[in-house]
Design a protein around this ligand. Sequence first.
Ligand code: ADP
Ligand code: MG
Length: 745
Amino acid sequence: MDKRTETVILRIEGMTCAACSGRVEKVTSKLKGVVSSSVNLASEKATIVYDPTLIKLPQIKVAVSKAGYKAVDISGDDKCSADKIEDKFRSLRVKLIIASAFCMPLLYISMGHMIGLPLPSILHMEHHPLAFAIVQAALTLPIVAVGWRFYYVGFRAIFMRSPNMDSLIAMGTSAALIYSFYSLYSIAHGASAMEAHLYFESAAVIITLILLGKTLEARSKGKTSDAIKKLMSLTPKTAVIVRGGREVSIPAAEVAAGDLVLIRPGDKFPVDGVIVEGTTSVDEQMLTGESIPADKKIGDNVFAACINQNGSIVYRATKVGVETALAQIIKLVEQAQGSKAPIARLADTVSGYFVPFVFLIALIAFAGWMIYTGDIAFSLSVFISVMVIACPCALGLATPTAIMVATGRAAQLGILVKSGAALETAHTIDCVVLDKTGTVTQGKPDVCDVIAAEWCTKDELLKIAASAEKGSEHPLARAIAAYAENAGTKLYSSSDFAALPGHGILAKVDGMSVLIGNGRVMDDNAIAVGQLEIERERLSVDGKTAVYVAVDNKVVGIIALADVIRPDSAEAVRQLIKTGIEVIMLTGDNSATAAAIAKQAGITSVIAEVLPQDKANEIKKLQSQGRKVAMVGDGINDAPALAQADVGIAIGSGTDIAIDSADIVLIGGGLSSVPTALRLSDAAMRNIKQNLFWAFGYNVVGIPIAAGILHIFGGPLLNPMIGAAAMSLSSVSVLTNALRLRRFR
Ligand code: ADP
Ligand code: MG
């Protein structure tokens, strides 16, 4: 991405349907300086990428409010969106209760007599038509008052020339109300038979049902963010810090970087930091997936939300608030939940044109029936039916809700999906490329053999190798250094360290020039390996990685390292192959070693001896054969390959989520999460397609019936109230379907 751009996430208030989110997206992306804008209806958030030299944030907000909505900053201490949705649910529920309380007697009075229910004679439709009409009007007005927002938002949107779902409801019910008041007026002036032309109950029932739909929708929306709520509840509310030698208990949110925090056995860490006093073991499962507690001593890092086990310690806060690893994870999941999958664009485009189109159909149907029957009451009910049934809100919710639930569920399973697009792409994968070290294997090699040439001792060989390797971060280097340290070896001073990626290292040790690495690097430097070649071969066939150690251009021995495969690798590979996915192992290691490891994991295709910079090219090659490739790696030296792959999957811990090149981060390490992630993507996409089918199919069928197509041939007509019920149900069924993903295993 261009360095000059900035990304901001704003909460957009006042959106009710896909036409609204489409509108906000349109006005913001049209602004000069805005690179892209994506508005998510389900999370009520806009992600805007802009060039701060061309446009400032307040200008973007003004544009949003000019379109009739409100853009609000999302700051660290802001109420989380889950709470907002909860508030909304509560207020909707109150409105619903009030509306229902008036709606019941209204329905009884207006329709009870049709099925022979008793009614006081003062309200008799024919004998006292005026009382009959006035009581109904009186019962309807409070319902209209409770639903005033539909009118306010709906009519304002019409004046803004971007009608939305509320506009449809507002227009539809207003038509019913105006006509009913006209009838009431006529009755008062003695017109006969106008009492049959009262539509108060239609308007009332429509508003009540839409409120019901919205209430259920808010409740389901609240549930889609359950996963985030659970993550947030992981940090403790208070912390004990040491200030001026005294222990003070303060709210966890007020701990500042540099504070000394006191933790007792069983406590949860409130912020990230470094231990300065004491030892303990810490349950870090929520971050690393590791169920065995990690031992911690002075100088070790600890992370917010992890649980302290047995020791009392003091640690210095380093990262607080939105900086902690947990906060980063939460932010990432929220971003992914708010991001748009490509498939959502289709629904958005459709719903953008939908509302004006429906207006048109409703008007045409009204005019047609007016001309054909001359019956205004009948034509009006057709008009209202079309308006209320056609709302595209289920369409707008279809994709984002499924993505919210799926990414939230994934996070609970230790799978951090970074975007809706990644979730969508993952289901198309037909080829999974696995890095060997740290992916198929545990990535923690141990020295298993030290073989010295005749002119060198084992101790000396180890001493030279460890002294040279101590400058390297490579897992092999660290294993050699650790092995020497355990053996109590005193190291030489070393200098001029140079890493030869994919080959080995070069360093000056005590005046000697030392080269450590594979056969190729020895070849390149014209160093004969002689008889040791046979030893190397023997070790490789066992799946061990053997490196030569050369001093002043002469090989002095071999150090072999074993890196065992992860316990779940073979099972994960088996599952992937079972679902028809090709599994390939990619490594810089020697072919014989690679083949031995691949065999243990049940992998049949191996690409070995690939230089780190060529790994991305291997992925490209597979893609050019038309494959959809997922690359699984540790994200450190695999970054280019991860970025090149259609889906880059990094195996890491919660502290590695910053790995930019990865689309998915598996916390909790094992390969077994790879088939799970792909299956989840499959399930999410299937769910989205079902949602789109229901939302869309239902409008396609509902509108012509409402417009009276079947009625022309003597078939049924859609009562406006049934239309409102069906419309509410369609959003609710889409949401209920999406929520099924919460139970994904
Ligand atoms: P991988 O693909 O398994 O991550 P790398 O590309 O990092 O492997 O390294 C490939 C090979 O280069 C190793 O198997 C090893 O033989 C050699 N090598 C790389 N770095 C070092 C090092 N620091 N010390 C010794 N050998 C090394
Ligand atoms: Mg590697």
